[in-house]
Design a binder for this molecule. Structure first.
Ligand code: FAD
Length: 386
């Protein structure tokens, strides 16, 4: 049960969902929380945790068991994302990409052979995947992509560049989106050891440092036609994967609010200025109350989305509203927590500034805040303002 749960939202979870969350918290508190600041500062992703994530069912948890998933509910999947991001957005990003951007498209759009070949290994964390949609010339408009997949006999030859790709340098396979000879966007499972495929790690990041981000260069990369996702035709397929990942992000953002709230509250109770703890001050209380409010709103939105998703009634615009709202609320909460911590808040001894900087990425990737405004705006007016 989340420690910050003002409206007892956890009462809405099933016993199994609560158990999954408790197990995730216990594991992450023991194995990740004590080290995350160091990993972030060093700019390293904890690869040794990948098989552990697999054992614990963090990867593809909402996919069927016959393909290695855990067959868990969408709320359970969301709670795992909540717990991962409560520690760090980089950990959640890894799991989001592996589950929603690699396993989901293979499951949803892949052939039966490719499902059986890749999904169990991805679920166990034996292999890592990445998702290449964004290109250097602009991520908000993926339909304008330049990457091409030319048909050549029984193969496709892929050429292009992908930018800002999470897991790029540690991936064994990449789901690459490219336009075919007819100009239709198709998805391909590309083994990263295929000749012509290169990944270049993007360094000097001031955000999401405990995560690998890469540029992918594909120079005449030849893959068998059987590596194409046969059911994925057009941009909608790629965007449907983003809807899955964005759904998880809405939960993750709530996890961050929980983390920074508790850190700020603990500090405010003990920090004495003018002879009294700062928690007694109205201005400080206002900040803490805003965090409680935004966490409550975020959790309720995500839970409702999870139920709609279980019932197959979820729309992408509904997910856009929560991605936009929850991430911006979490960013504000992290900034407020940083402020309450005063000077101490600028060091990595506290989590607030790390979360705050991570969330600058989360606010931008998977559709920026403004792009989600335009998605919901189009949904409610029927008029696109892109
Ligand atoms: C750390 C990190 C990891 C990422 N991981 C992945 C990944 O694994 N796979 C992947 O494919 N991509 C990934 N991305 C890419 C991410 O999705 C893009 O950065 C994002 O979509 C924005 O694209 P852009 O950076 O090209 O910005 P642009 O699209 O150039 O946008 C720049 C600015 O213009 C605004 N803007 C754009 N169009 C409009 C408009 N019509 N009206 C008003 N404002 C507009 C945007 O809101 C933004 O503020 C990642 C990004 C980061 C930073």
């Amino acid at each position: 049960m989340p420690a910050l749960d003002y409206y007892r939202v956890a009462d809405l979870f099933t016993p199994e969902e609560r158990l999954i969350q408790e197990e995730a918290r216990r594991f992450l508190e023991a194995e990740a929380a004590p080290h995350i600041a160091q990993w972030w500062e060093e700019g390293t992703f904890p690869r040794h945790l990948i098989p552990r994530f697999g054992e614990l069912g963090f990867l593809g948890s909402n996919l069927p068991e016959e393909y290695g998933g855990a067959g868990a509910s969408n709320v359970a999947y969301g709670l795992i994302m909540y717990e991962l991001e409560r520690i760090d957005s980089g950990l959640r990003s890894f799991a989001s990409v592996q589950s929603s951007l690699v396993m989901y498209p293979i499951y949803r759009y892949g052939s039966e052979e490719r499902r059986r070949e890749y999904l169990p290994k991805l679920a166990r964390g034996e292999i890592v995947g990445c998702f290449g949609l964004t290109e250097p010339d602009g991520g908000s408009d993926p339909g304008s992509m330049k990457t091409r997949a030319r048909k050549d006999g029984s193969s496709y030859v892929i050429t292009g560049r992908k930018m800002w790709i999470t897991n790029g340098n540690i991936a064994d396979i990449a789901v690459i989106w490219a336009k075919d000879d007819e100009g239709v966007i198709r998805g391909f499972i590309v083994p990263t050891d295929t000749p012509g495929f290169r990944a270049r790690e993007i360094k000097h990041k001031a955000s999401l440092r405990a995560s690998v981000t890469s540029e992918l260069i594909l120079d005449e990369v030849r893959v068998d036609a059987a590596q194409m996702l046969p059911e994925a035709r057009g941009l909608g397929a790629a965007l449907s994967c983003l809807t899955q990942a964005r759904y998880g992000i809405t939960w993750g953002a709530a996890g961050v609010i929980d983390a920074v709230f508790h850190e700020a509250l603990e500090f405010a109770r003990h920090r004495i200025t003018f002879g009294r703890p700062i928690a007694e001050r109205q201005l400080v209380q206002a900040k803490l109350v805003e965090m409680v409010e935004s966490h409550t709103q975020a959790l309720l939105m995500s839970w409702r989305l999870g139920k709609l998703k279980d019932e197959d009634k979820l729309t992408y615009a509904q997910v856009s509203l929560a991605k936009r709202s929850n991430v911006r609320a979490a960013l504000q909460a992290a900034r407020s927590a940083r402020e309450i911590l005063g000077g101490s808040g600028i060091t990595l001894e506290y989590a607030a500034i790390r979360h705050m900087l991570n969330l600058e990425t989360v606010d931008t990737y998977e559709g920026t805040y403004d792009i989600h405004t335009l998605i919901v705006g189009r949904d409610v007016t029927g008029m696109g303002a892109f």
